[in-house]
Design a protein around this ligand. Structure first.
Ligand SMILES: NC(=O)C[C@H](N)C(=O)O
Length: 491
């Protein structure tokens, strides 16, 4: 069962081929057997999952069902889940049991899905390799020497290894798309405001957005439909109807106008990644699309702008972890100052501290105009680049990441890690949606056989179009059906 897509599993449940309990048990057994080395889960909530599965089976028997009733999935460990540890990959929240459900979790539960547990991630979603987790690194199912990407690395690895058919991630600067690319799965970052952020542990509030990670675009379409929508508890969620994202999947692509941003094919792009992307573009041409070069002239400002804005917002969001109300508290504090200082020094890891320091500096008096304000102005120019591009073309395409997955421990310098985000970050700054789909494999050592992701970008709220374009590609190719050897293992 583990080799089926979410859509196929939903059909199997509907036809009575298996029950949600059987499905849930099968995936739990796989997690039990295969996750020791992968480390993709922080918490497995087996007991609760079986209760939810039985509830789904009972609902089905009563005829009270939706398209996702009884389907298992997993949640990145920054979605608050009532009564379940929600750590954000940090020692700071290792003892935090969330008192309520995030809106995404509430919606998934209302849709009848079954959560198998919480997946590993870079601490507070800061990272591109999952090496910044308090719970240890995650391994890439395609090659245990490689990272799975980050920060939603646990979600990506769990789906790629067939431990769960789908998982939720979040994307602030690439955290869904880059790990999806590294692990050979499909990951969608929706438009900012499409999905409620209520109950998602905040990193950079003007950029954070939740989205689905699964085998196929079709699976992502079902999941996005379940989690999208306006929420009074998140003032940045947009009051706009949620379409049926599966409806346009089969629309033919004849006449589709594709733009290739020339800045996404420049220095630093791995040749194997480039050739996979160019081959993928040819597939679209064979489906009747036209292709032209586009320029996004402010692209090179995206990383500097993001690494001012994101740490600034993080330094403010993370001020709440003070050891007083919840989270890690140091032993025997001498006074309040000592409590703050030691709780934070012990609770946060190195990268989180680095970003809090950077953010506090750029927001401090005398520096605000030079850094934060300027970065916001640059952000506006970056957004305008995309708006101009979408006057000319329907979608943009390029690589999700400049390289395939790199080796664990290979990038020690934080700047070289930040450069990983070169093709993903501008999308968050502009607030537009983006999807990464499997598009081939790298050749040559050490990346031989590691997946490559094609990134497809659309205008604000063009998710249905992106899913259509991605689905048509998946009808014409089989990259998304390839499995790492680990995932072939049956029980
Ligand atoms: N959170 C993300 O989207 C990942 C990004 N690499 C960051 O560290 O900020």
């Amino acid at each position: 069962m583990h080799d089926k897509t979410l859509t196929e599993l939903a059909a199997g449940l509907a036809s009575g081929a298996f029950s949600s309990r059987e499905l849930t048990q099968a995936f739990l057994a796989r997690i039990d057997r295969l996750d020791g080395d992968l480390n993709s889960f922080i918490s497995v909530t087996a007991e609760q999952a079986l209760v939810e599965a039985d509830r789904a089976d009972a609902a089905r028997a009563a005829g009270n069902i939706g398209p996702l009733t009884g389907v298992p999935l997993a949640l990145k460990d920054l979605f608050c889940t009532e009564g379940v540890k929600t750590s954000a990959g940090s020692r700071m929240l290792d003892n935090f049991i969330a008192p309520y459900d995030a809106t995404v979790v509430e919606k998934l539960r209302a849709a009848g899905t079954v959560s198998l547990g919480k997946t590993n991630m870079d601490e507070f979603a800061m990272g591109s390799s999952n090496e910044n987790s308090f719970y240890g690194p995650v391994r890439n199912p395609w090659d245990p020497a490689a990272v799975p990407g980050g920060s939603s690395g646990g979600s990506a690895a769990a789906v790629a290894a067939g431990l769960v058919p789908a998982a939720m991630g979040t994307d602030t600067g690439g955290s869904i798309r880059q790990p999806a690319a590294f692990c050979g799965i499909t990951g969608l970052k929706p438009t900012y405001g499409r999905v409620s952020r209520y109950g998602i542990i905040a990193y950079a509030s003007s950029l954070d957005q939740a989205g689905p990670m699964a085998r196929t675009a079709e699976d992502c379409a079902h999941l996005l439909g379940a989690i999208a929508g306006h929420d009074l508890r998140d003032s940045t969620s947009v009051a706009r109807g949620v379409p049926d994202y599966t409806q346009e999947l089969d629309t033919p692509l004849a006449g589709l106008k594709i733009g290739l941003p020339k800045e996404y094919f420049g220095d630093g792009l791995d040749p194997a990644v480039e050739s996979a992307i160019r081959e993928a573009v040819k597939v679209f041409e064979s489906l009747g699309a036209t292709v032209r070069e586009i320029s996004l002239p402010h692209t090179h400002y995206a990383i500097p702008a993001y690494y001012v804005i994101a740490p600034a917002e993080a330094s403010s969001n993370l001020a709440r972890y003070d050891g007083v109300r919840f989270g890690h508290r140091c032993n025997a504090p001498e006074d309040l100052m000592d409590l703050y200082k030691r709780s934070r020094a012990e609770g946060f890891g190195e990268e989180v501290k680095r970003r809090i320091l950077m953010g506090t500096h750029t927001l401090s008096e005398g520096f605000f105009d030079a850094y934060y304000k300027k970065a916001q102005q640059v952000r506006r120019l970056i957004r305008q680049d995309f708006l101009d591009a979408f006057d000319e073309v329907d979608v943009l395409m390029g690589p999700a990441s400049p390289t395939p997955a790199f080796d664990l421990g290979a990038r020690k310098d934080p700047v070289s890690m930040y450069l990983q985000d070169i093709y993903t970050i501008a999308i968050n700054l502009a607030g537009i949606p983006g999807i990464s789909v499997p598009a081939g494999f790298a050749g040559g050592r050490p990346a031989e056989g590691r997946p490559v992701g094609l990134q497809i970008l659309g205008a604000h709220f063009a998710e249905a179009r992106l899913l259509n374009v991605a689905h048509q590609f998946q009808q014409a190719t089989d990259w998304h059906l390839r499995r790492p050897a680990l995932a072939e293992e049956t029980l």
